[in-house]
Write a protein that binds this ligand. Sequence first.
Ligand code: ATR
Length: 282
Amino acid sequence: MITGKTGLVGIMGDPVEHSLSPTMHNAAFELLKLDYVYVPFHVKRGNLSPAMEGARNMGIKGLNLTIPHKIEVIKYLDELEGVAELIGAVNTVKFTENHVVGYNTDGFGAVKAIEEKKPIKGKKIIILGAGGAARAISFQLILNGVGEVLIANRTQEKACNLKDELTETSNTSVDCLELGDELSLELEDADVLINTTPVGMYPHHNDEPVVKADRMHADLLVNDIVYNPLETGLLREASKAGAQVVHGTKMLIYQGVEAFRIWTGVTPPVEVFETVLMRELG
Ligand code: ATR
């Protein structure tokens, strides 16, 4: 029941109507009997300033930010937590008395999902794509002690720009390349492959995956951050090659688990988020 004491959290973005976060978080609040409610806020580009001002003044406890606000929101914060500062993007905000802190739990979510199956310390990881998700994941991988990162992108320049930023802030070995034959060679001794491109996402789920089974090996772990459909073409190829797979839902779950912990101080059981997602995604 919503009372005078209920804490309000939510997600700001455009669009937000398909977000799975309200259902995931509200199920966990209910299970843990925490007096919070999570709602969607449809905030269009250009309206973030008054929306954040309103959030501060209305006593909102926390927010998730999604497209198109993850970078712009930084202007309205008092502090950025470590990895969010490196990434330059925020997906979680915590409001306390006169102080607003921004966090980024996207990379945390992806790395936690991978580490559940395979420790990444010292490992060689190939990332497909060089956009916002690749950025969040690669900074977090480096923080967690990965051995070598290779950014493979359709546009090589974008991959190399990200590489330059990553090498400015660490001594980890990072390289960049264009998708193509060279990637096949690099895959031979890679430990983990992460797809951050939208290739394989509904309604383009029948498009050719970026990497086929004949380029993968059985000791590889393949993670696709696309979660609709759950079984992407890339993950099907990975299974054919005998590789381990990590579904995109896992990143979504763990980024949410960490946001929930930041707001409430309580780590929710992963199974609650998982059950909700499986139900919603059919
Ligand atoms: P996000 O912020 O979710 O990571 P993004 O910033 O739009 O999304 O990045 C999408 C990434 O997927 C980009 O690296 C893009 O490659 P380009 O830099 O060449 O644009 C990559 N991408 C998108 N569509 C692709 C496709 N059909 N094949 C290969 N890569 C693709």
